[in-house]
Design a protein around this ligand. Structure first.
Ligand code: NAD
Length: 341
């Protein structure tokens, strides 16, 4: 039906309003570290935007929010170019959508021919924190940056140097002369509760949630302020590197551990969708017994050759997906504290 591909003025208006709203919410979330709507509400708007674009591809422009990685670079920080681009993740919101995504990935891998090994699914928790890129030269941490728009991030080196889990110097001798390590900075759940209790005791307002507290802490102008916050990190990816011949991401994680980097204790390499579903069920039930907050799980094709062959869209890798757990009431913990005082 040609009418379908020819959006009416009303639809264009809806699309523009929606795109503006998504930009506005992203600004509050990434630039101000103070979201004005819940993640679930944001995800729903974003999804609607994607649906409109799928129905009417002519609405899509290069600066559409769906074509960009979320953040920008604030004038408060020096801008730094990542050596290799950073990406977001494709979200799926139900087990059916995850299955469809897995089947599609399997189909693409099958088309590559018989040299491709059966898919090993590297399955990880989706840490609800802030993406950070660490640059090591000759084993020394020389720069740390936020993800920003994926190409350019904010220089937060001085703040990252206050996080004790992040080595200033890599261990051993096997590391590349130059390597970018990506991961998530977060405030551990227990430390967050204790930190908030101390704030409340001191008559101060508690922090709203660990994710935004982590982001706000890391984007302080004064590293001495950052140092007071109980920040931690798990690394979950590798960017540019000079001469490293690991075959898979899980194999790379073993090297990262050898170099002294903090790798998550929760990840598993699984050989089937059924096993991945079991992982999702398990961690869905134990969501609040973990070291940190999660908002989902991430499934990655482990093999680097397959990752390279599948590549990236302008926003996300085609070899990974994020399954999002159903939203929960976000203020419960905060209210508990207020009730207890
Ligand atoms: P995302 O957070 O959904 O996924 C991409 C990020 O996940 C990566 O950059 C990476 O840093 C992180 N990640 C965590 N654990 C990982 C792991 N094990 N492996 C790989 N990556 C891992 O995408 P996004 O584009 O950063 O942001 C979208 C998210 O932010 C949505 O969940 C949305 O709800 C939220 N958001 C909320 C608002 C709001 O107003 N509430 C606004 C903007 C974005």
């Amino acid at each position: 039906d040609p009418a379908d591909t020819n959006p009416s003025e009303a639809l264009r208006d809806e699309y523009q309003n929606l795109a503006d709203l998504v930009r506005k919410y992203r600004y509050a979330y990434y630039q101000e570290d103070a979201p004005t709507v819940s993640d679930a509400e944001f995800d729903e708007l974003y999804r609607r935007l994607e649906e409109l674009e799928a129905l009417h591809p002519e609405l899509v422009s290069n600066d559409s929010p769906t074509q960009e990685v979320g953040g920008e670079v604030s004038a408060a920080f020096a801008a730094v170019e990542h050596l290799q681009r950073m990406y977001s993740l494709e979200d799926v919101f139900s087990l059916e959508e995850l299955e469809a995504w897995v089947r599609k990935a399997e189909g693409s891998v099958e088309k590559m021919g018989s040299t491709v090994p059966p898919i090993a699914w590297l399955t990880e928790l989706k840490i609800d924190g802030l993406a950070v890129n660490l640059l090591y030269r000759d084993g020394k941490l020389v720069r740390a940056a936020t993800r920003g728009d994926g190409t350019t991030g904010e220089d937060i080196t001085h703040n990252v140097l206050t996080i004790k889990e992040i080595p200033r110097q890599l261990s051993g001798t096997g590391y590349p002369a130059e390597v970018e390590i990506r991961g998530e900075v977060f405030i551990p759940s227990k430390a967050f509760l204790e930190f908030n209790e101390a704030l409340v005791e001191a008559g101060k307002a508690p922090l709203a949630n660990p994710r935004n507290a982590a982001a706000g802490s890391l984007r302080q102008k004064d590293p001495a302020e950052t140092a007071k916050r109980p920040l931690s990190m798990f690394v979950h990816g590798i960017g540019a590197r000079s001469g490293l011949d690991a075959l898979s991401q899980s194999e790379t994680y073993k090297l990262l551990v050898d170099w002294g980097l903090p790798v998550s204790p929760y990840l598993q390499v699984l050989d089937s969708l059924e096993a991945v579903l079991g992982f999702i069920k398990h961690f869905g039930e134990h969501r609040h017994d973990l070291l940190h907050e999660i908002d989902g799980i991430v499934v990655k094709i482990d093999d680097f050759g397959t990752q390279r062959a599948l590549g990236y869209t302008s926003r996300v890798p085609r070899w990974a997906a994020a399954y999002k757990y159903a939203p929960e009431e976000v203020h419960t913990k905060l209210l508990d504290i207020q009730v207890n005082v």
